[in-house]
Design a protein around this ligand. Structure first.
Ligand code: ADP
Ligand code: MG
Length: 285
């Protein structure tokens, strides 16, 4: 195959000796060759960059599939264990039967929640459009806080809505999910009695929603990666067994928040707090 360099030599040599001073015609040819060379080198670098990006994307996708499969395996293993037990007559006692049923219901709920989150993340990755409707963020925050209070009366929540316009255009259900995930995390990852403050206001043309709690805070080792998929702290495994509302313990909650907020053109950050966790969502007004 003729590479860019040999192409230059072939094009340049036939017009005579290299020792002779080049005429204007040859200079033009030389300039053309150099331009061809530069373009070929630039194209090569771009192709290499594209290939690297494609490889990284494929690698991420494979890791995502492997982890998702593993996460689904855990509840399925538990359910098939209870089925085995029932077949062997181990659930004849009504109390054991009820316990097995409620554990199977929990695991089924967990799988459905995981599948919902995976569907949402892949939908956003594939660029599926979100709904674009008028959303009243004040009402959304009120609903999310009321629902969270109903889920855990042991986690008091204080809501502050600053005066002003709180409407944006977006996908109401997804935005609700983002706020609900942050509030669910307080229930799952902080002790009873932890106080949460939810605030809504406007800053520099952005609607800002803050969820701040006075619990133990995001573990230091997770601070840089908390919004990545399947990243969770050690206690999350305990939440997996004990919580009864959806979406706990698989490490997708914060990545779902980030995906939803980013798809709305906004940004979610973890702010430095003296204690507890402080999340800040900024959405273009
Ligand atoms: N309010 C919070 N307080 C303390 N730790 C938190 C809080 N929110 C999130 N975390 C930490 O961030 C991790 C990732 O959260 P998330 O993505 O929602 O996954 P999951 O809740 O399924 O574990 C959690 O496992 C937990 O360690
Ligand atoms: Mg969570």
């Amino acid at each position: 195959m003729i590479g860019p360099l040999s192409l230059a030599v072939v094009l340049f040599l036939p017009s005579g000796s290299l020792l002779r001073a080049p005429g204007p015609h040859e200079l033009c040819r030389l300039a053309l060759i150099l331009l061809t060379l530069l373009a070929a080198l630039g194209l090569g670098a771009q192709l290499r960059r594209e290939r690297d990006t494609r490889r990284k994307t494929e690698q991420r996708l494979l890791e995502f599939l492997a982890t998702a499969g593993h996460e689904l395996r855990t509840p399925l293993t538990a359910i098939s264990g209870y089925i085995q037990l029932a077949r062997m007559g181990g659930l004849a006692d009504p109390e054991k039967f009820d316990l097995a049923m409620s554990r199977m219901a929990d695991e089924t709920r967990r799988m459905l929640a995981l599948l919902d989150e995976l569907a949402l993340l892949t939908g956003i990755d594939l660029g599926q459009p979100l709904r674009r409707e008028p959303v009243n963020l004040a009402r959304l925050c009120r609903d999310a806080v009321a629902d969270a209070r109903a889920c855990s009366p042991h986690h008091p929540i204080q809501l502050t809505i600053l005066p002003g316009n709180h409407s944006i255009t977006g996908d109401r259900d997804r935005l609700y999910q983002a706020v609900a995930n942050l509030l669910a995390n307080v229930r799952h990852h902080t002790p009873k009695g932890t106080l949460t403050a939810v605030g809504l206001g406007t800053e520099d043309g952005y609607r800002v929603i803050e969820v701040v709690d006075d619990g133990p805070g995001i573990p230091a080792e997770l601070r840089g990666s908390a919004f990545e998929r399947f990243v969770h702290g050690r206690q999350a495994t305990a939440a997996r067994v004990t919580d009864h509302d959806a979406g706990g313990g698989n490490g997708l909650g914060l990545s779902v928040v980030a995906a939803i907020v980013t798809a709305h053109g906004g940004r979610v950050t973890i702010e430095s707090a003296y204690r507890g966790a402080w999340f800040r969502i900024r959405l273009p007004a």
